[in-house]
Design a protein around this ligand. Structure first.
Ligand SMILES: C[S@@+](CC[C@H](N)C(=O)[O-])C[C@H]1O[C@@H](n2cnc3c(N)ncnc32)[C@H](O)[C@@H]1O
Length: 298
């Protein structure tokens, strides 16, 4: 605990949080007090909360975009791009463990996906379904790094968000893999494939959902996956909740970022109850996301 910002003794803040609180001390002490009191579970007034909310909306591109486009990829893309933020709140989010773990998740997926693609490529053509893809940076990066000149791998990115798909098309062109990717706007729950997928990715989609809902979603997308096809699904783990509660508190309060943290056994159970064979899990370097890998058995 650093001395100069008068924090209650029992709360431990990491360096990124201390920097944020220091900046708020200078810019708006009410916001700093509100965050500390709210985080500690102490009473706060409606006036304090309203002033703090106004401050967040005026001084955070991340919070404003998350409240305007809830559940969209705008937030994740900020973290992937690592845009240098000018506001203390945005700076904090990018430097927080939970924020960095989202980028680390992308890195972990980009490391594992080629290995899974290779498994399927040894049997023939590979079709990847990126469901709730946002722009689909994970698949774009993997294709551009490993498969730019290979014609037997294709991907379909499906998302409700037309702006994210436009961005994906743009990034795919820049990275010269647009010939390998089709972008489809709509709900993946209503998608009717002409050809089933060998590999499905569902990344950053189940994190806010209750276990029972996750099972329903995984059951529903089974019809999109070939028998013995591979499903890769990310979930936020309880480690994130335990190790970075302050970021979660801020994001939940300001942007309604509600996550249902799940442990390894719960994630495995989701796969099995939805009718998949559990193969393995892999994590980002913070251990804040577990990517379950399963096989379709029907
Ligand atoms: C947090 S973003 C994650 C984007 C990307 N998969 C990633 O890992 O960066 C969640 C995305 O899922 C999309 N999404 C959620 N439910 C969907 C559905 N039923 N059909 C299509 N897209 C959906 C949202 O529009 C959003 O782009």
């Amino acid at each position: 605990m650093k001395q100069n910002i008068n924090l209650p003794k029992q709360i431990e803040f990491d360096e990124a949080a201390l920097q944020l609180l220091k900046a708020l001390e200078k810019e708006n002490k009410t916001v700093k007090d509100f965050l500390i009191r709210g985080y500690k579970g102490l009473p706060t007034s409606l006036e304090m909360e309203e002033e703090s909310y106004n401050y967040f909306i005026k001084h955070s591109v991340i919070i404003t975009s998350m409240t305007t486009f809830p559940g969209s990829s705008v937030f994740t893309e900020f973290l992937y791009e690592g845009l240098s933020p000018s506001f203390p709140i945005d700076k904090y989010v990018l430097q927080s463990k939970a924020g960095k773990a989202v980028k680390a998740r992308l890195i972990a997926i980009e490391r594992e996906l080629p290995k899974i693609i290779e498994e399927y490529r040894s049997k023939g053509d590979v079709l990847i379904g990126n469901l709730g893809s946002g722009p689909g940076r994970d698949v774009i990066d993997v294709l551009s790094t490993h498969y730019q000149n290979i014609s037997n791998i294709k991907a379909i990115h499906i998302d409700k968000d037309v702006v994210a798909l436009k961005r994906g098309k743009r990034i795919a062109k820049i990275k010269r893999v647009d010939h390998l990717i089709e972008f489809v706007q709509g709900s993946f729950l209503k998608y009717n494939p002409t050809k089933k997928f060998d590999i499905i990715l569902l990344i950053g989609v189940l994190c806010p959902l209750e276990i029972e809902t996750c099972i329903i979603v995984l059951r529903a997308i089974k019809k999109l996956l070939k028998r013995e096809g591979c499903l890769i699904v990310s979930n936020a783990t309880k480690k994130m909740q335990k190790e970075d509660p302050f970021t979660y508190f801020i994001m939940r309060w300001a942007a309604n970022w509600e996550l249902v943290f799940k442990d390894d056994e719960e994630i495995k159970q989701i796969f099995e109850k939805a009718g998949y064979l559990w193969r393995k899990g892999f994590r980002d370097s913070y251990g804040f996301h577990l990517m379950g890998v399963g096989t379709s058995i029907s």
